[in-house]
Design a binder for this molecule. Sequence first.
Ligand code: KIV
Length: 270
Amino acid sequence: MPTVQDLRRKAGDEPITMLTAYDAPTAAIVDRAGIDVILVGDSMGNAVLGYDSTLPVTVEETASHTAAVARATEDALVVADMPFLSFGVDQAQSVEHCGRMLKEADADAVKIESGPHTVELTRHLTDLGIPVMAHLGLTPQHVHQLGGYTRQGTTTEAAEHMLDLAVAHEEAGAFSLVLEHVPANVAAQITEAIDIPTIGIGAGPDTDGQVLVITDVFGLSEYSPPFSKQFGDVREEMETAVEGYKEAVESGTFPADEHSYVESDVEDIY
Ligand code: KIV
């Protein structure tokens, strides 16, 4: 089973693979495929919980989905993505929420959408034994402040600020860093500048690893960002299965004899 220290060592070798999962069967598929890290992303809000954004996701939902993923995972590192306002408001409460993911939900680490306000928290959590994956660039929990899901680090000043934050989180003890929706040249330079592995999404080919949202990979999402790629068409498979079921029930071909059981010991009761 990979540890956060294994992940640190992987930087520079084979690219790190990370995918999201939110339930046990999906986690089992991802884990058995040999993916290094499973992120129980707050993208569950859009991907599986039917919310319009990640903001409504709760600590309880995160703990429940993380526990389901952890139960089905044998090898991958399981990272719980801390939801909006579950951290950063009050330090004791942040520690309690992050600690729950390790104590109750069996996560190996937490991910925190990072900014200047999370440097000290990252240090404190790390000191307490809660490994932290940082996240810079597009941080979807800031959607209202950013005015949309826009590319970040697009000026020299903004890129420098991102690099400063990356260094600050590395120094605070973060074991890896997600870079989301940033120019490839900015992600490459940040990757070069820090020792912890970077994991990119919409950040070009030069990060130490890649992450995508599993429903995008499956071809199940109703909307996928332009930087993601669909590797299957699960939506069509699911539609075909549901239509087949409906047709079979309505036409009386399901259930057939092999799906039914008659107990001869039971006498007529009506
Ligand atoms: O919630 C999520 O799935 C994420 C990844 C896109 C990195 O934060």
